[in-house]
Design a protein around this ligand. Structure first.
Ligand code: NAP
Ligand code: MG
Length: 397
């Protein structure tokens, strides 16, 4: 390695897996250069959450990061960890500093059949993570009255429309988005499509929402002009359609593309797609910033229930695959950025060794009942990682 990757450690069971993965699958094979940031809750509390900001800044500087799952504190955690403050979600903090978009894709196996029979390849969901209903304001109107939408421009321009003349009680909501964020979202999506050599689909409801959703469509079309030549050269397609048409096409498709969604659509559709592909433990996630920085992680959380068993001295069969793929993804990207063929190859071989292991039927408990056509045997996390290591050694020999 020439440039370090940013390494963000995390919490609970995934922190345990993190160390096992590093010790067994990374350090024996790679001359690892990393800038280490401990995003475990204890350290975040100690540093007043500065460590999270530093890790995000480091990602901007170095360009590639790998992150372990972390606890987002709630009241229960305040007590459990005796926190000074209810710190914000690290993922939210990192995402807003990098201004990035999250792409989630399932890791698919021939022996795990998706609920939608014709899906042959993964479907990657890109969710716009700013605004709309997630940053809306609401009023419960409890009597008749007029609701208006008002805009007062800095120039003195005034615009006003009546939302509804309420004859009785009702509800109303005001939401917004900003061009800058939509544009960043579009850049991240087109970049990631080229990165992964996949078509990009984008959907809104601009027939109904003729200004709001239409603005998303217009910005995507504008930004696409910067990428069109490269898309044409590679035979890739940018495809815009209505959200309901997109849903119907997704179900009929073979998969193998990126589906960019507005915030709410992405929230709902990513759960639908990930469940239909099988297991949250097999879902990867990468945050891509519009200027081309990458942060890789697993889509699942810290697997708290398994951690308590671990603390009680019990063996657990927690699935490390998504976390291993975060490492392989980050190392491959680092290799790509620095022109290091061996490092890129290592990323491929590490993933290959995971597939060798899974396809032979050696799996973690969560996968046993999902597999068809192979005799699957559940092993604990340590034995599973050891089996992957054996296959990796074979591949690299
Ligand atoms: P979770 O950690 O994803 O776990 C939920 C359940 O899903 C587990 O109890 C387990 O089911 C199953 N599961 C998830 N990952 C698995 C794996 N790798 N192997 C086997 N089974 C797996 O979600 P959570 O329990 O709701 O959240 C726990 C903590 O994670 C919370 O503090 C939350 O804030 C945090 N979180 C972090 C991130 C992130 O950093 N990206 C994302 C989500 C949540 P069984 O118990 O039935 O075996
Ligand atoms: Mg959701």
């Amino acid at each position: 390695m020439t440039t370090p990757i940013v390494e963000m450690d995390g919490d609970e069971m995934t922190r345990i897996l993190w160390k096992m993965i590093k010790d067994e699958l990374i350090l024996p094979f790679v001359d690892l250069k990393s800038e280490y940031y401990d995003l475990g809750l204890v350290k975040r509390d100690e540093t007043g959450d500065k460590i999270t900001i530093e890790a995000a800044e480091a990602t901007k500087r170095l360009g590639v990061a790998v992150k372990c799952a972390t606890i987002t504190p709630n009241l229960k955690r305040m007590d459990e960890y005796k926190l000074h403050e209810m710190w914000k979600s690290p993922n939210g903090t990192i995402r807003s500093i990098l201004d990035g978009t999250v792409f989630r894709a399932p890791i698919t196996l021939p022996s795990i059949k998706p609920a939608v029979r014709n899906w042959e390849k993964p479907i990657t969901i890109a969710r716009h993570a700013y605004g709309d209903v997630y940053k809306s304001v609401e009023i419960r109107a409890d009597e008749p009255g007029v609701a208006k939408l008002v805009f007062d421009g800095e120039s003195g321009k005034h615009e006003e429309v009546v939302i509804q003349n309420f004859k009785g009680a009702g509800v109303l909501q005001g939401m917004h988005n900003v061009d800058k964020s939509i544009r960043s979202f579009a850049h991240s999506c087109f970049k990631f499509a080229l990165d992964t050599n996949q078509d990009l689909w984008f959907s809104t409801k601009d027939t109904i929402s003729k200004k709001y959703d239409a603005q998303f469509r217009i910005i995507f079309e504008e930004v696409f002009q910067e990428y069109k030549e490269e898309f044409d050269k590679r035979g890739l397609e940018y495809f815009y359609t209505l959200i309901d048409d997109a849903v119907a096409r997704v179900i009929r498709s073979k998969g193998g593309y990126i589906w960019a969604c507005k915030n709410y659509d992405g929230d709902v559709m990513s759960d639908m797609v990930s469940t239909a592909f099988g297991s949250l433990a097999m879902m990867t996630s990468v945050l891509v910033s519009p200027d081309g920085n990458y942060e890789y992680e697993a889509a699942h959380g810290t697997v708290t229930r398994h951690y308590y068993k671990y603390l009680a001295g019990e063996e657990t069969s927690t699935n490390p695959i998504a976390t291993i793929f975060a490492w392989s993804g980050a190392l491959r990207k680092r290799g790509e950025k620095d022109g290091l063929k061996d490092l890129m190859n290592f990323g491929d071989q590490l993933e290959g060794a995971c597939f060798d292991t899974l396809n032979s039927g050696t799996v973690t408990k969560d996968l046993v009942n999902l597999m068809e056509g192979v005799e699957a045997k559940a092993v604990n996390s340590a034995d599973f990682i050891a089996a992957i290591r054996k296959n990796l050694e074979k591949r690299l020999a």
